[in-house]
Design a protein around this ligand. Sequence first.
Ligand code: IMP
Ligand code: MG
Length: 185
Amino acid sequence: MQGDLQRILYHESTILSRLDELATQISEDYSDRELTVVAVLNGSLMFMADLLRRIPLPLKLDCLSVASYHGRAETSGEVIFKQIALPDVMDRHVLILDDILDSGHTLAAIRDKLETAKPRSVRVCVLLSKKKRRERHVDADYIGFEIEDEFVVGYGLDFMEQYRNLPYIGVLRADLIALAERRTG
Ligand code: IMP
Ligand code: MG
C-alpha cells in the first residue's frame, strides 16, 4: 500500500504524540463537565480509539455513521445519516470527533442534527483540517494537524474504502485517484 502514496505526511509516532497533547487539553477543558463523545465512523475509528484511551475522564461514547462521498475524492455536498435514532445528548456536553474537516458539509450537518436534541454544548474535534475555503462554516475547537488541500489516506481515512488500516497518514498518488475516477465515471 505504501507504493500508492506520493509521500508520508505523519508517521504513527507523530500522530500519537499529537494525540497526547490533544487529550491533555480536552481532559483539562472537560474536567468539571460530563462528557459525551460522538464519533463519526468509519473515518474516525483509529483516532477515536487512540484519543479516548488518553482521556482519563468518565465519558459516554456514541457513534454515528454518515455517507457524503459516494466513493469519490470530491464531496457531493449531500450528507446521508445511516441510522434512524440519534444519540441521546439532551443536556450533555457533546464533543464530536471526526477524521477530517474538508468542505465542512459533513460536520455542519452532524452539528445541526445534534443541536436538535438539545445538548448543553457542542464542540468539534478533528484529526486533520484542510487549509481551504469551506463551503460550510464549521469551527473546529480541537485540531490535530492542519494540512494543505491534498487527498490523504491512512489511520482511518480511506479512498474508496481502501487504506484505512495504514498506521500512518500519507498523500495518495494523484494518478491513482484519476484512474479510479475514470473507471467509475
Ligand atoms: P467534508 O464534508 O467535505 O468536510 O468531508 C468530510 C469527510 O470527507 C471526511 O469525514 C472524510 O470521510 C472525507 N474526506 C475529506 N477529505 C478527505 C481526504 O483527504 N481523504 C480521505 N477522506 C476525506
Ligand atoms: Mg469519512
